[in-house]
Design a protein around this ligand. Structure first.
Ligand SMILES: Nc1ncnc2c1ncn2[C@@H]1O[C@H](COP(=O)(O)OP(=O)(O)OP(=O)(O)O)[C@@H](O)[C@H]1O
Length: 360
């Protein structure tokens, strides 16, 4: 099983510009998590901090008892080997064919024979559906194939944590759906911890076990997917529905006067082109392709989430309970439509349940 990543009070600035502050969350081992956020909120900076490429000024990132922010270079090098990273554009070497690109980390960081390298590269290329494309150059293939090749390369050192920076960027909705399926299939096969940063709402609704959001230099929330998907926080509602009206503005955030003027325009009948439908709510999560093993993460997550369900908002409780089979509802002693403990959502004070959720 993949490892847990514990982030405590993390703050990152560039000069006087604070990117985010006091970020605290635990990424559960072996589960798939998504971090959402408007453009420029520091999602990529967060991933780079997790893998030790950027150094936050305050806080901790603890993996297997080691704090990456303060450990020695040697220790950081060791911990980095646990990561596989899929960068936004695949980050492939343009002059190398796909085989050599995927083989690169093995040739750089291990002493494996060429026969072993070949076996591993072909195995990973098969996992991502790229058999037969070994001799192609990155410039000769589609963006979706480049992402798959980047993913194969991220897999060759058998990572315990896979970080994906906007795996959907530049892909059409169909290719994005294939890539989403691939990430779930990989999780079923290798049980690694996976963290995806994206602003793609379909990915956020259908892929992860856990969902969080960065906004206004803070972590708005992080926890079981059902919490964010049913949240009535204005920023979440606006983001999930892709509306112009709400706290997120053109560059990042709006002032109260602008928000009030927009609401007045809307109330006066002005349309901003947003669809009326509200996509909030819990939709079924992608399951592994038939024939692959079930995801162990799903079973573990059920136990974990059911142990904290009484701390979650009412709508999230309902979403979680509705996703259980009758046998599971009986096992956990809950009935659909009747939450165990109807806890109102502590608006504006979500840190406590979020911390507790992350801690467990
Ligand atoms: N090395 C750096 N030096 C200075 N500023 C940086 C550096 N890297 C990122 N930033 C700044 O940090 C902020 C957040 O950038 P980041 O790329 O993490 O956002 P993001 O949420 O991933 O955005 P997008 O969704 O558009 O990719 C931006 O204002 C960016 O200019």
């Amino acid at each position: 099983m993949g490892v847990e990543v514990v982030v405590e009070g993390l703050t990152k600035s560039f000069g006087k510009q604070t990117i985010w502050r006091d970020v605290t969350l635990s990424i559960p081992p072996g589960e798939v998590s998504v971090m959402l956020g408007p453009s420029g909120t520091g999602k990529s900076v967060f991933l780079k901090s997790l893998v030790g490429l950027l150094k936050p000024e305050q806080g901790k990132i603890v993996i297997n008892g080691t704090d990456l922010v303060r450990c020695s270079e040697h220790k950081l090098y060791e911990i980095r080997k646990m990561f596989g990273v899929l960068f936004q554009d695949g980050a492939l070497f343009g002059s190398m064919n796909l085989f050599d690109n995927v083989a690169f980390p093995l040739r750089e960081h291990t002493r494996k024979t060429e026969a072993e390298v070949r076996r591993i590269v072909l195995e990973k290329m098969e996992m991502v559906g790229l058999v037969g494309a070994e001799k192609k150059l990155p410039g000769e293939i589609s963006g979706g194939m480049r992402k798959r090749a980047g993913l194969a390369r991220a897999l060759v050192l058998d990572p315990e944590i896979i970080l994906c920076d906007e795996p959907d960027s530049g892909l059409d909705p169909v290719r994005t759906a294939y890539l989403s399926q691939l990430l779930i299939d990989l999780n079923a096969q290798i049980d690694a911890t996976i963290l995806i940063v994206t602003h793609n709402i379909t990915v956020a609704r259908t892929v992860p076990d856990n969902l969080g959001m960065l906004f206004r230099r803070e972590l708005v929330m992080f926890g079981p997917r059902e919490v964010l998907l049913t949240s009535d926080e204005p920023v979440v509602e606006q983001f999930l529905n892709g509306r112009r009206i709400g706290p997120i503005g053109m560059s990042e955030e709006k002032d109260q006067a602008t928000m009030a003027a927009e609401l007045a325009h809307r109330d006066a009948g002005h349309s901003d082109g947003s669809p009326d439908e509200d996509v909030r709510g819990v939709v079924p999560q992608i399951e592994p392709t038939p024939g692959l093993p079930n995801r162990d993460a799903v079973r573990r997550r059920k136990d974990r989430v059911m142990s904290i369900i009484h701390t979650l908002p009412h709508d999230a409780q309902q979403g979680i309970i509705a996703s259980l089979t009758p046998a599971e509802q009986s096992k956990y002693g809950v009935l659909a439509g009747a939450p165990r403990t109807p806890t109102p959502y502590p608006r504006g004070q979500d840190t406590e349940w979020q911390r507790r959720a992350g801690d467990l």
